[in-house]
Design a protein around this ligand. Structure first.
Ligand SMILES: [Zn+2]
Length: 344
């Protein structure tokens, strides 16, 4: 991998902060998202359609369609059915027990639980997560607290992560005769000026698939030989989970975290393992392996660079969001809403 200049995406977003006058322009651009959002969701976000939106959320199970009363009583719990009543002055609803005075928010026990923003804004934030918009620009666009956007990003990413973990086969790459590149960020980059600041990321990528298929996983930093040894074993486990047997692995000859010799023990699963240096021996005037690798890693490298802007705990979830968008493309928003409703 060759290190690229830091992605301009975040810088452009931050500039936007100074131009709040363009807020409605960005929102109108954002709302132009075609497909499911434009056809199904956007009409529900229009002014005076708040009730329609709430009933749609209930119908699609994005909020609870039933609640029982959790008020403690002498004998245990009230447990009676609750029903919707109009919430005074808000144009919204709340749950009220049919027997006792206990009330609950209609956001309770859903992905919106405890969030101070409106349903309209929350739905837009979920779309923004699917499109990998930066938290600050979404916060500015909607006039919603940064912390609220972050919280909903974390919840959305957690839903995606749970689905990915339990359906890992959908996310595997490679297969018999398919070349898979293995490297780590930032060590695999030619220019390592930010190395000490960066959190390492394992990068696995198929060659010659469009759109490019890859798996990115944030790794812990290592401080001594014990943690380094543990990390190397961890990388081998990830490769065995994600890369299908029979794939042709291309690894660096020397690398702190994933060098050729580390992978030799996996030759039962991957009979052909080649180093990038070995490939480079076949360079010609027309074909240069390192130039080709730069092209293949370009998108992955941009994502790894962008990930470094986030706090350590969010990097994993950020990488999940990018892989979710990669695999599901235009369906990523609809699929995420479906997973949210399935997990209620
Ligand atoms: Zn009750």
């Amino acid at each position: 991998m060759k290190k690229l200049k830091r992605s301009c995406k975040l810088i452009a977003d931050n500039n936007y902060d100074e131009k709040n006058g363009n807020k409605s322009l960005l929102l109108s651009t954002f709302d132009n998202e075609p497909g499911y959002y434009q056809e199904i969701i956007h009409p529900l976000l229009a002014s005076k359609h708040e009730t329609e939106l709430i009933y749609w959320l209930k119908l699609t199970n994005l909020i609870k369609s039933k609640q029982t009363c959790s008020k403690r009583t002498i004998g245990g719990m009230c447990n009676n059915a609750m029903s919707w009543i109009s919430a005074k002055g808000s144009g919204s609803y709340q749950w009220k027990c049919q027997i006792c005075p206990k009330r609950k928010s209609i956001k309770d026990d859903s992905i919106f639980s405890g969030l101070s923003c409106s349903f309209k804004d929350a739905i837009r934030i979920i779309l923004a997560w699917c499109k990998s918009y930066h938290v600050d620009s979404v916060s500015n666009m909607l006039g919603v607290n940064n912390s609220t956007v972050e919280e909903l990003y974390i919840r959305s990413a957690s839903v995606a992560e749970r689905y990915m973990t339990s359906n890992i086969k959908e996310w595997q790459i490679g297969g018999p005769g398919i070349i898979v590149l293995v490297d780590t960020y930032p060590e695999g980059c030619a220019n390592t000026s930010l190395t000490r600041m960066s959190r390492p990321i394992l990068c696995l990528s198929e060659v010659k698939t469009m759109p490019q298929k890859y798996w990115l996983e944030a790794l812990d930093r290592y401080s001594n030989l014990d943690t380094l040894s543990y990390l190397k074993q961890h990388i081998l486990r990830i490769v065995q989970t994600i890369v299908r047997p029979g794939s042709i692995l291309i690894t660096p000859h020397t690398s702190t975290l994933c060098c050729y010799s580390d992978f030799e023990q996996l030759q039962v699963l991957y009979p052909i393992i080649v180093t990038t240096e070995e490939l480079a021996k076949h360079n010609t005037d027309q074909q240069n392996v390192f130039t080709n690798l730069e092209t293949i890693w370009k998108e992955v490298l941009n994502i790894c660079e962008e990930a470094q802007f986030y706090c350590t705990s969010y990097i994993d979830l950020f990488l999940r969001s990018r892989m979710w968008a990669l695999v599901y493309g235009n369906e990523s928003f609809e699929r995420l809403l479906y997973q949210i409703s399935s997990m209620q």
